[in-house]
Write a protein that binds this ligand. Structure first.
Ligand code: SF4
Length: 316
């Protein structure tokens, strides 16, 4: 995950819950992709603090660093070396066909694409394969990248010797949670509820959520299936979902009441995370130690893989 600072509900639902549920079933590696952050913005002034803030949210959400190393990509130099070697095994034409590159260029209104930006699926392949990753928990939009990783692994194994597995993408079960305005949830779009938001902030943000535009007055019947707030109830308020649907469709439930009931449930879900976050915020040395420990463990694995790579290639 790129170090974007404090995380929001979309990260919790789309990634963190999945990561936590896979703990114990797999040996997991959790990478702060600080090199990747540079592919679209070379400014590094906030990267360190953003990395700490993000890792604190990971820990608060239940990532256990004793089971799953948590580390910064930039502190395991082997990622950069394997990226370089992999970059010889894929054409620029193949990378230019990557659909998410085209989306990013459009969304970020980029006039030019940096060399490193074009190659970021190659760095991602190195991130995965250096730990011989077999399963990569991803959103559906990331599947094309996993395909590039598989192609690179295949190419290396054929060109030199079998070293790498061909990893599978494991798509997150719960569909993406939209932002409060119906667009993709994003801090920069101002439509996100943060995992660190207090109850009052959650309620204030929830008040701004878009609902069924046809339900103008309290007693108008609504259509929960097209309502954003109902999607949040579905996720955070399973027990009352049938009653909310009935109240909405019959016009007995008004949107303001519905939103406030939803805000209470979201707050109940994030309150334990907020509490853990406060602990780590007041113990920053512990967070730094967790990262350093994770980096040592990651380095040992990455070093072994690079020895195999050198042997397979007959270099070094
Ligand atoms: S009552 Fe609730 S589910 Fe129905 S439109 Fe309003 S906010 Fe949405």
């Amino acid at each position: 995950m790129r170090p974007t600072g404090k995380l929001h509900l979309g990260h919790l639902v789309g990634a963190l819950e999945n990561w936590v549920s896979l703990q114990g079933e797999y040996q997991n590696y959790h990478l702060v992709a600080d090199y990747h952050a540079l592919t679209t913005d070379p400014d590094t002034s906030a990267i360190y603090q953003n990395s700490l803030d993000m890792v604190i949210d990971w820990l608060a959400a239940g990532i256990d660093p004793a089971m799953s190393p948590v580390f910064r990509q930039s502190q395991v130099k082997e990622h950069a070396e394997l990226h370089l070697l992999f970059s010889m095994l894929i054409t620029t034409a193949r990378l230019e066909r990557n659909p998410s590159l085209k989306e990013q260029v459009r969304d970020l209104e980029l006039e030019t694409v940096a060399y490193g930006h074009l190659g970021y699926p190659v760095l991602q392949a190195a991130d995965i394969l250096i730990y011989k990753g077999e399963v990569v928990p991803v959103g559906e939009d990331q599947l094309p990248h996993i395909e590039i990783t598989r192609e690179i692994a295949r190419r290396f194994n054929t060109q030199y010797r079998l070293v790498f597995p061909e990893p599978e993408g494991k798509v997150t079960k719960f569909a993406r949670l939209p932002g409060l305005d119906g667009r993709k949830m994003s801090k920069s779009l101002g439509n996100a509820i943060l995992l660190s938001d207090a109850a009052a902030a959650i309620a204030a943000k929830m008040r701004t959520a878009v609902t069924d535009p046809q339900k103008v007055r309290r007693n108008d019947p609504g259509r929960p299936d097209i309502c954003l707030v109902f999607a949040y109830h579905n996720k955070f308020n399973q027990q009352e979902v049938a009653e909310i649907r009935q109240g909405c469709e019959s016009g007995q439930l008004g949107c303001v009441d519905c939103k406030m009931r939803c805000a209470v449930k979201v707050d109940e879900a994030v309150a334990p995370l907020r509490e853990k976050r406060m602990y780590y915020e007041s113990h920053p040395d512990e967070v730094r130690q967790i990262l350093e420990g994770g980096e040592q463990r990651a380095r040992a694995v990455a070093h072994r893989t690079m020895q195999e790579v050198h042997q397979a290639m007959g270099i070094g």
